[in-house]
Design a protein around this ligand. Structure first.
Ligand code: FUL
Ligand code: CA
Length: 686
């Protein structure tokens, strides 16, 4: 090359570098959405008449007087959320039953008509004040589906709902999120005026993030387990879709759409209990710390926000079982993310954009996602290397993109230097606001993050490494159809000890070795508690408690007859939730009759739905002493919210003696699915 060409190239390069402003890529978040993503973890509160009636979906005809939380203390809720490390609270101001937690002008089914505070109370006023006091953001859930309002299903309702929204959004200060539920499990369908509703939200709360299946602020993640896809784009295609039944496919909700039209990040909703509303029956079913950790890593760790429901109880307080669990979770999270080992590393990158003052390699490990590093415009691959003088041990990797400029990374892997050779320890897809990889322990002096593909030049704001304390995974307890209890554990080879008298297991309790050597027979039911221990009790898992009712040892299906081996109705009573009986494709109703083999005093039944197709919504349950005369059903109704939250359903009825039971599925949870599936059917005798 001649001297002057070199000079020219140098000048050109210099000019280009000067011009190296980072061009935003694709759909972009608003400022409000960026702050929303930074919140990561906040509380959902389901509260209302259902709290007092053991229902998940109220019918709207409940006596408002049932709502009487005599010790309601919204400051206790806020204090709990704050101590849990949450950044806000969203409350069900109005659920499907139409009951308003504030004295709305537009309804006659409100706290004003309730027994609480002689009708003078206002839950939203108390909670918004408590949130302000504790530095938490305040948000509201309002269900458009209203089973109480006389206008529902008529043209006038959209106005009513807009007025209701306006009332809430103009009376209680700033609202960070407006939650629109798309559910409608009733017969009346109302065409909603979403443009009107959105205009009311933005007029009152220009910074509110609107939640629905299609945003526009954030989107439902497609399940109520709180788990996002490992690939998770914050962009979504929304043309032709609407909230509710006409929402995008589950896969799109769960993973977003690469190059989606709009920035609509995922929000992962899940309840700390099996249901969304409080019930005394679930006091012992608060999720374990390990399962909450799975949820945390499956949501916040996968570019989603986590809205964790903590249902307020009948006193109007967060129950101690829930708050204790929240604090235990906080302790583990704090211990896990206490010491960012990346801060001690020397960080280098193969390609760094030059002459842009904002871009620095040292921004990658400065502990804040407000500063960033980027490659030159033409690069879609690059390697970031962390080098240590002394070996470090880590098991968590946190990566963040600077999302204000769009989501870019499509594929990356991670390597560590082990005995002089690079070893790949993870291979993943998207990053987004935050990606956390849960890894096993690695000890090394060099860690390499290879970005393998990106939509545009990668812009990364953080790389963090941590060594989270090890936790023993929980033992799992199950029982065969003939009543033999089994206990499994996955992690290492811990000692499992158990009790059968309800007491807390210790290393002195009986030891479970295997199903063959440790025979625990509980055909008539009982309580099994188990705990895993290591190092003679120095480390212990949480305690798992499983309560069994009578086993199906003597049961026989009397109708229908077994169709084929892979579709044997006996699968509905074989003690295993993973074997599923699927009843025909001829459409509803479907039914199953079972001979219990003896006369039992029955108090209710349980239905465990399948994971997948064939979930039952409407049901009737009959009992009989001779298997011929069934009379009228002892229970009938709908399994509220079972489609989105397919957990075991428990239905109580008036005590009755019977030898035969008959379960009739009257309608499907999904109208497009003609078959009815039963993972397990059980009875309640205890
Ligand atoms: C669903 C509702 O039907 C449930 O009752 C619950 O409120 C959940 C968060 O959303 O769509
Ligand atoms: Ca089964």
């Amino acid at each position: 090359m001649k001297k002057n060409t070199l000079l020219l190239a140098g000048l050109l390069g210099f000019n280009m570098a000067m011009a190296q402003e980072i061009k935003p890529y694709g759909a972009l978040p608003s400022k409000a959405q960026v702050s929303w993503n930074d919140m990561e973890y906040y509380m959902f509160i389901h509260f209302g008449p259902n709290t007092f009636t053991n229902k998940e979906w109220g019918h709207g005809d409940e006596d408002p007087k049932v709502f009487n939380p005599t010790h309601l203390d919204a400051r206790q809720w806020a204090r709990t959320a704050k101590a849990a490390g949450m950044k806000g609270i969203v409350i069900t101001a109005k659920h499907h039953d139409g009951f308003c937690l504030w004295p709305s002008k537009y309804s006659t089914h409100t706290v004003r008509e309730s027994a609480w505070k002689d009708g003078k109370g206002d839950v939203l006023a108390e909670l918004s004040a408590a949130c302000k006091e504790y530095g938490l953001k305040f948000g509201v859930y309002l269900s458009p589906w209203d089973r109480n309002h006389p206008e529902y299903g008529k043209p006038g309702y959209n106005r009513v709902f807009a007025n209701t929204l306006n009332e809430v959004l103009s009376s209680y200060g700033p609202v960070f999120e407006q939650w629109f539920d798309g559910a409608n499990g009733g017969n009346i369908k109302q065409p909603y005026d979403w443009n009107l509703f959105h205009s009311v939200v933005y007029k009152n709360q220009p910074n509110a993030v609107i939640f629905s299946d299609v945003g526009p602020g954030c989107r439902w993640v497609g399940n109520e387990n709180g788990i996002a896809g490992t690939t998770n784009w914050s962009t979504l295609n929304v043309k032709g879709f609407a909230p509710g039944a006409n929402g995008p496919a589950t896969k799109s909700l769960n993973e977003g759409n690469e190059d989606g039209e709009q920035w609509i990040p995922a929000e992962c909703d899940v309840s700390i209990r099996p249901g969304w509303f409080y019930s005394p029956e679930t006091n012992d079913k608060v999720k374990s710390v390990s399962s909450l950790l799975d949820i945390y890593y499956g949501s916040v760790g996968r570019n989603g926000n986590l809205i964790l429901n903590v249902p307020v109880d009948r006193d109007g307080l967060i129950h101690p079982n829930d708050s204790t669990r929240l604090m235990e979770l906080r302790r583990v999270l704090d211990a896990s993310f206490k010491n960012n080992l990346a801060k001690r590393a020397v960080v280098t990158a193969t390609n760094t954009r030059s002459n842009n003052k904002a871009v620095k390699v040292s921004n990658l490990n400065d502990g804040t996602n407000t500063t960033y590093w980027a490659t030159t415009d033409d690069a879609t691959t690059t390697t970031i290397t962390l080098t240590y003088k002394q070996p470090v041990t880590f098991n968590r990797l946190v990566l963040q993109e600077y999302i204000a400029l769009g989501q870019r990374v499509k594929a990356f892997n991670v390597e560590v230097l082990e005995q002089g050779a690079w070893k790949q320890i993870a291979s993943e897809t998207t990053i987004g606001h935050k990606r956390i990889l849960r890894l096993k322990d690695y000890t090394t002096t060099q860690v390499r993050i290879n970005i393998l593909d990106a939509k545009a030049a990668p812009v990364i704001s953080e790389v963090q490494l941590y060594k989270a304390p090890g936790l023993l995974t929980l033992p799992q307890i199950g029982r065969t159809a003939d009543g033999k209890v089994w206990i499994h554990s996955e992690s290492g080879d811990p000692d499992i000890h158990y009790t059968l008298d309800g007491s807390e297991p210790t290393v002195k309790s009986p030891k479970y070795i295997s199903a063959e050597t440790t025979v625990i027979n509980l055909p008539r039911g009982g309580v099994v508690r188990a705990k895993a221990f290591l190092d003679n009790g120095k480390t212990a898992s949480e305690t798992v408690t499983t309560t069994f009712d009578i086993a199906a040892a003597k049961w026989k299906v009397i109708s229908p007859e077994a169709a084929a081996k892979d579709n044997d109705p006996a699968k509905a009573i074989d003690g295993s939730n993973t074997t599923v009986y699927v009843a025909g494709n001829k459409g509803y109703p479907h039914e199953l009759q079972v001979d219990l083999g003896e006369t039992l005093s029955l108090k209710g039944f349980t239905y465990t739905p399948p994971v997948g197709e064939g979930i039952i919504y409407g049901y009737e349950f009959y009992t009989s002493t001779d298997g011929k005369n069934w009379g009228s059903p002892v229970a009938s109704g709908q399994f509220a919210n079972i489609k989105n939250n397919p957990v075991q359903q428990t239905v109580a009825f008036k005590k009755t003696s019977a030898r035969y039971i008959r379960f009739v599925a009257t309608s499907p949870a999904d109208e497009k699915q003609p078959q009815a599936a039963i993972a397990e059917l059980g009875v309640i005798t205890r």
